[in-house]
Design a protein around this ligand. Structure first.
Ligand code: S3P
Length: 428
């Protein structure tokens, strides 16, 4: 399939942000570990989170669904059952990495596999620390790539420092640590998203945070919860950038999660000159949320690196689009993790922006973009089978001269199934 996008006039109106992917994964996985019924409202109905949903069902958990409302009958961690077939994680790194930690400590055999993209993503980053806890995980490609075959064990506690900030690795280890033989300590170089700590903590797990270090003391039973999933700032980001770059736009994006470990995009876009008002702030299910009102203005270039990177890691492809139309040279450093996402996002976004007439250069750990308003040209571009690349290119196309044709646009279903319809609605 192909999606044809013509240049757009101002984007106006209101949009309710698509439900948060990271929190939806965690809600369905963690609920299954409690004893009793948890309910989840606004569960994200997208391919990635439905992978977690069906894997939990394969592990013997009873889950009923009415639209985006879920009831999960948890039987405690011990209630999980050996799956009779391979657990298919689809395109979802979060499903695979979180379940690897959980299943390493269950007394049964399980196999995790994924699609052609996921099966190329590195797993040594979880296998090494889990193995130091006593996990037995066999993997393809000298122990680095899925499928993963896990022979569950009683695990020992660990004291581990992550070489790179990663919420997936941190969460995988925290799940393994829930039933380990003592206190586990995990440190990261910069703070990555902290949904796991918040959610397990609210369920009664003994988790203590001290700066960049987290301690988990096993032994507490997890209590069932009502989870209300907020809007995903990573999905909202496409509309934030669209409203910021298309002159005359004003969009109200409602109920967006603004957890400080995720809100780097708001800071960087504001610093570039975008008008972003944060309204109706409140806390829902332990997460800060707000309505964002974003309007267009001329953007200026910026340089980003270090601690902000994990706080906007998934937003960097669409931020590259904002940088392409900002005045001056923008530089992103310390973002080598982008090379091991659903595709190599550094190569993909710079290569596709080049096709659209942008001077974008890939570096080992980021990119350099010579930005200028009015320089985007319509072109035939490729989503690389990556949802966030497809949506970023769609945002670029709004401001391009002439038509843009995006291949494989259905990949947005991974995180934002209604994206094309919402884009069409708001540009009218
Ligand atoms: C996620 C963590 C991030 C992010 C991914 C979702 C999570 O990955 O890129 O989309 O839900 O924990 P890393 O932990 O690999 O940085």
């Amino acid at each position: 399939m192909r999606q044809i996008i013509k240049p757009s006039g101002p984007l106006k109106g209101e949009i309710i942000a698509e439900s948060d992917k990271s929190i939806s994964h965690r809600a369905v996985i963690f609920s299954a570990l409690a004893r009793g019924e948890s309910v989840i409202r606004n569960f994200l109905l997208a391919a990635d989170t439905l992978s977690s949903f069906s894997c939990m069902q394969q592990l013997g958990v009873e889950i009923t669904r009415d639209g985006s409302f879920l009831r999960v009958q948890g039987q405690g961690i011990e209630g999980l059952k050996e799956p009779v077939d391979v657990l298919n994680c689809g395109n979802s790194g979060t499903t695979m990495r979180l379940l690897s930690g959980l299943l390493s400590a269950r007394p049964f055999f399980s196999v995790l596999s994924g699609d052609s993209s996921l099966n190329k993503r590195p797993m040594k980053r979880i296998i090494d620390p889990l193995s130091s806890m006593g996990a037995v995980i066999n993997a393809r490609g000298k122990g680095n790539f899925p499928p993963l075959a896990i022979d569950g064990q009683n695990l020992t506690a660990v004291n581990y420092t992550l070489p790179v900030a990663s919420a997936q690795v941190k969460s995988s280890l925290l799940l393994a640590a829930l039933t380990a033989d003592g206190e586990t300590t995990i440190s990261e170089p910069h703070k990555s998203r902290d949904h796991t700590e918040r959610m397990l903590g609210s369920m009664g797990a003994c988790i203590k945070e001290d700066g960049l270090t987290i301690r988990l003391i096993p032994g507490s039973d997890l209590e069932p919860q009502e989870f209300i999933v907020p809007g995903d700032v990573s999905s909202a980001a496409f509309f934030m950038v669209a409203a910021a770059i298309v002159p005359g736009s004003e969009l109200m994006i409602k109920t967006v999660g603004i957890n400080p470990t995720r809100s780097g995009i708001i800071e960087v876009l504001s610093q570039m000159g975008a008008n972003i008002k944060i309204e109706n702030q409140k806390i829902v299910s332990g997460e800060p949320i707000a309505d964002l009102v974003v309007s267009g203005s001329r953007l200026k270039a910026t340089e980003i690196s270090g601690a902000i990177i994990p706080r906007l890691i998934d937003e960097l492809p669409v931020l590259a689009v904002a940088m392409a139309v900002a005045d001056g040279t923008s530089i992103v450093r310390d973002a080598g993790e982008l090379r091991v996402k659903e595709t190599d996002r550094i190569a993909a976004i710079t290569g596709e922006l080049n096709k659209m007439g942008i001077d974008a250069e890939a570096t080992e750990d980021g990119f350099i973009i010579e930005g200028h308003p009015d320089c985007l040209q319509g072109a035939r571009v490729d989503s690389h089978g990556d949802h966030r690349i497809a949506m970023s290119l769609a945002v670029a196309a709004l401001l391009a001269e002439g038509e843009t044709v995006i291949s494989n646009p259905e990949v947005v279903d991974i995180s934002f199934p209604g994206f094309w319809q919402e884009l069409e609605r708001l540009r009218n």
